[in-house]
Design a protein around this ligand. Structure first.
Ligand SMILES: O=C(O)CCC(=O)C(=O)O
Ligand SMILES: [Fe+2]
Length: 161
């Protein structure tokens, strides 16, 4: 897959710190040729939201990201929450990460979540979508061989009340 042009993964408001976040990002805006991705994600997220969360949600409000973590630089993203204080991230409510590299093609690169004091490792099988509230702490452990690509997006909505 051609992933250019890309930008270095940054930390919202803190610039680029490769020891915390080492990955490259291709932004996907909602355009005619990508709208099917947003439509499928919206259907999936809204049904999971109904079953599991019951959040009030609006729309994506920012592009989706294809994120590439390369084993040659131990690509990683340390513990963080996707919902921040910056205007762009303050209204994120549901995060989704779709595993789009076959599990056999890389080592490490595990998405781990800690929502309730216990760490859970997300399944890495191809096509799995992991959906979680954007305030939940999570990380991607260093990729030690090969290359992992994930598709990540966020549904926004009104503040929790
Ligand atoms: O690579 C992943 O599966 C998750 C990436 C992530 O947590 C993020 O971009 O905020
Ligand atoms: Fe994240």
């Amino acid at each position: 897959m051609d992933l250019s042009p890309t930008e270095s993964g940054n930390l919202s408001g803190f610039g680029t710190v490769r020891s915390i976040r080492a990955c490259d990002i291709l932004w996907l805006d909602d355009q005619p040729e990508t709208s099917w991705i947003f439509e499928r994600l919206a259907r999936l997220l809204s049904s999971i939201n109904q079953q599991s969360f019951g959040f009030r949600l609006d729309s994506f409000q920012e592009g989706a990201q294809l994120i590439r973590y390369d084993g040659s630089e131990l690509g990683t993203y340390d513990w963080h929450a996707d919902r921040g204080r910056a205007p762009a991230t303050r209204t994120r409510k549901l995060s989704v990460s779709v595993q789009i590299t076959p599990e056999a093609e890389y080592q490490g690169g595990r998405l781990e979540l800690n929502g309730e004091g216990t760490m859970i490792e997300a399944p890495a099988s191809l096509g799995t979508a992991i959906v979680f509230p954007s305030f939940v702490l999570h990380r991607v452990t260093p990729v030690t061989a090969g290359r992992r690509i994930a598709l990540v997006a966020w549904l926004h909505g009104p503040a929790f009340s």
